[in-house]
Design a protein. Structure first.
Length: 301
């Protein structure tokens, strides 16, 4: 009796990689076939198509390899969460924070080999709303100033790469505002005026900014980073330190490690959105819980 070949699903974001991601998808197809896999290649035309394809194939495949940036990593992570399929990442996006955190090479040829290499189980942050809807966070969930920056950066044509987040941060700082945070960690409730809050599974966001340098996706805790209200001059001095992670030593910054927390952020008494892995969510998440060993990931770490 012939033993069936393992199935590798390959989902490509055609808009990523300056038009080169489809060629990367072909290379993955050829490499997987050389290893004895049957392949299913999908090049979806929209985020909705990508979500449907990735979710369905994760239930049928032995490996799911996504090609793109952190948006595709987010889709792949959610599709493979608590599934048997192994997730592989070939980064071709702007930020690539998830791949960077897990030691996945930026070079596509090297990343392809990693995607079919050794596997480790990685934790994820389960974010839930008041109605029981939930989503998995692979890297960082943020609210406040960082959301305003990401919204601005997503509309910018230039500059390319991670520098667009730096420019967007400087532009948003001109009208620097504050948010009222109400959060509970380990039963202790805090109310503060803040610039931003980050709930981190991995250390970086925004193309390499080390917002939570101590975050470890292989641990059993998430990292909460709170940047409290300060004036624009102080904030502009603080901003460059985020690239090295040195900002956490500033008195306006608090870092807490916890297994779970509840968070609400308000502006003008209106509950504000939280973004996960740089992606807009359909609902406002208010509860965050670190769940260990939620995804089987092919990585170097």
């Amino acid at each position: 009796m012939e033993i069936p070949k393992p199935l590798a699903a390959i989902i490509v974001n055609p808009a990523s990689g300056r038009g080169q991601s489809e060629a990367v998808g072909v290379a993955i197809d050829e490499y997987a076939s050389s290893l004895g896999y049957t392949t299913a290649v999908r090049v979806p035309n929209s985020k909705e198509e990508a979500l449907l394809a990735t979710t369905r194939l994760a239930k049928e495949s032995d490996r799911v390899v996504v090609v793109g940036g952190d948006g595709m990593a987010h889709l792949g992570f959610n599709a493979c969460a608590q599934q048997e399929a192994v997730l592989g990442i070939v980064p071709t996006g702007t930020g690539n924070d998830f791949a960077r955190a897990l030691g996945i090479p930026a070079d596509p040829r090297a990343a392809i080999k990693v995607a079919f290499g050794p596997v480790r189980s990685i934790g994820g942050v389960k974010a839930s709303d008041a109605f029981g809807n939930s989503v998995w966070v692979a890297t960082v969930a943020t609210a406040g100033f960082s959301v305003a920056v990401n919204n601005r950066a997503s509309k910018m044509i230039r500059p390319k790469g991670s520098s667009k987040y730096t420019l967007a941060s400087l532009q948003e700082s001109v009208k620097l505002g504050t948010w009222k945070a109400d959060y509970t960690v380990d039963g202790k409730r805090q109310r503060k005026d803040v610039l931003m809050i980050a709930v981190a599974n991995t250390s970086t966001f925004g193309g390499g900014m080390k917002i939570a340098p101590d975050a470890d996706p292989f641990s059993d805790k998430l990292s909460l980073v709170v940047i409290e209200k300060t004036n624009r001059r102080t904030f502009l001095r603080l901003l460059p330190r985020v690239f090295s992670g040195a900002h956490i030593h500033h008195p306006a910054v608090t870092t807490v490690h916890a297994t779970s927390l509840e968070l609400k952020l308000y502006r003008s008494e209106v509950l504000q959105e939280v973004q996960a892995d740089g992606e807009k969510l359909e609902t406002i998440m208010t509860k965050f819980e670190l769940v260990p060993n939620v995804v089987k990931l092919a990585c170097n770490n």
